[in-house]
Design a protein around this ligand. Structure first.
Ligand code: ATP
Length: 257
């Protein structure tokens, strides 16, 4: 398999404006994500997960180290091209869906294509192709407030996928969903991944992470440990995740290789 995302000794230090304090949010983070992989990133609140996601999403730049998506080193993308790069290469799914209330479902899904100046005919073709895959083809004329949380998240997933992104970035995608709906969402992610979609998901939820192929644990801005699914089923991986979380919380266990 070829490498899609490569982080090499990435560090991020925040300098707070009104004091001399600095926060080392990430330190010496290196890992790779192959095309077709499904990676979950776990860690306690404040461990650096959002910082990491923001760097990969080109919303912020590392203080040191490099991040490459394919052949492109992200910190070399000029500011004026960053939004276009994001729309062309990345898809985003957030905890709170981030749908536009005044747009119907069709227009919400179409938005990134409109911004990319895709022709009207092609937009209709793409939206009509992705909607049935996510089971929302009967809802295209509805507005977000008319949908359940699970349906809204599927619309958000459709919007993220309609541009056929190389990498799907998800930030707590099941955080606002009840457990049954969260389970449906996780099954959807697994089937997207089975069809080749590369996924990087930040989550607090061990159950959500147990659907991934690989789990990275961050503690105090460093990679603490990695788990690979191998031959394990979701329950087997969940057990290992729980053990690692216990080790992380009690301060035991090994640092990552
Ligand atoms: N803009 C900022 N300025 C200063 N410090 C920051 C900034 N953003 C994050 N931090 C600090 O960096 C560290 C990592 O924060 P980050 O938000 O990445 O953690 P997290 O793992 O995503 O937490 P959570 O799960 O609560 O969202 C924390 O100590 C946080 O206070």
């Amino acid at each position: 398999m070829s490498t899609l995302l490569e982080l090499n000794q990435v560090a991020k230090t925040y300098h707070t404006r009104f004091s001399a304090n600095t926060v080392n949010a990430l330190r010496d983070v290196s890992f790779e994500v192959d095309r077709g992989d499904y990676v979950a990133i776990m860690g306690e609140s404040g461990s650096g997960k959002s910082t990491l996601l923001n760097l990969i999403a080109t919303l912020d730049k590392p203080t040191a180290g490099t991040i490459k998506l394919g052949d492109q080193e992200l910190s070399r993308i000029p500011e004026r091209r960053a939004a276009k790069f994001r729309r062309e290469h990345l898809g985003f799914v957030f905890q709170d869906f981030n749908l536009l209330d005044t747009f119907n479902v069709f227009d919400n899904i179409a938005l990134p294509l409109v911004l990319n100046r895709v022709s009207v005919g092609k937009i209709e073709q793409r939206v009509n192709a992705i909607a049935p895959q996510l089971g929302i083809d009967t809802m295209l004329a509805k507005y977000p407030y008319e949908l359940s949380g699970g349906q809204q998240q599927r619309v958000a997933a459709a919007r993220a996928l309609v541009t056929e992104p190389e990498l799907l970035l998800a930030d707590e995608p099941t955080g606002a969903l009840d457990s049954r709906t969260a389970d449906e969402m996780l099954k959807l992610f697994a089937s997207l991944n089975a069809n080749g979609q590369t996924i990087l998901m930040v989550t607090h939820s061990a159950v959500a992470a147990s659907h991934a192929k690989r789990v990275l644990f961050i503690r105090d801005g460093r990679i603490f440990h990695q788990l690979y699914r191998g031959d394990l089923d979701n329950d087997g991986l969940l057990e290992k995740i729980s053990d690692t979380m216990t080790a992380m919380l009690t301060g035991n266990g090994q640092e990552a290789e």
